[in-house]
Design a protein around this ligand. Structure first.
Ligand SMILES: [Fe+2]
Length: 189
């Protein structure tokens, strides 16, 4: 595989990941999980920067731009939800939506780790060692993110997605990620 094809696959996947985290932030906000919303918003910001970094790297180290492929909309939010208000969502729907979201998120991050690992091997096999190191840093990041997703998923699974338990931690989680956003110079109101 040529190096530009490797990067094209990475950037296409990064765009899809950014879309997923943006839709997740919107959906979790709608469902009233304000801490989880901030967490996904933080991922959206970090991964947006990561995609910029990939584009910069290709331009500055290969003196070319790569196409972003054809990103697919993750379509995380059911279209029918757009005709409801927050008041119309009952607890059972929230609980089911949250469980479904965590399963999708976990699969997505596992797929990301697998894709980057395969592309890392391709880059090594083709002798693009510096590029492989760049891809290695993406693997390290998604590996950490996946750990965080699985930890939270297992925690919620242990309490059978009990809403009082989940709601209790939303405020602290909200403040934690608000602080983290501020640390990187972002203050969303
Ligand atoms: Fe992610």
């Amino acid at each position: 595989m040529q190096i530009k094809d490797i990067y094209s696959k990475i950037i296409e996947h990064q765009i899809e990941g950014i879309m997923l985290h943006e839709q997740a932030s919107k959906m979790l906000d709608f469902l009233g999980f304000r801490g989880l919303k901030r967490w996904q918003e933080y991922r959206y910001i970090c991964e947006g920067m990561e995609m910029r970094s990939t584009n910069r790297y290709v331009i500055n180290h290969h003196n070319m731009m790569v196409s972003e492929g054809k990103p697919t909309d993750p379509e995380l939010i059911p279209m029918s939800w757009y005709s409801y208000t927050r008041y119309e969502v009952d607890s059972r729907t929230k609980q089911a939506a949250l469980k479904d979201f965590f399963e999708k998120l976990k699969s997505w991050e596992m797929e990301t780790k697998k894709l980057y690992s395969d592309l890392y091997k391709d880059a090594c096999n083709e002798g693009y060692i510096a590029d492989a190191l760049k891809i290695k840093s993406l693997i390290e990041h998604v590996d950490k993110e996946l750990k965080c997703v699985e930890r939270k998923y297992l925690e919620y699974k242990t309490v059978e997605f009990d809403l009082p338990y989940i709601m209790f931690e939303q405020c602290d989680m909200h403040d934690k990620y608000k602080r983290k956003e501020k640390e990187i110079g972002i203050d969303i109101n």
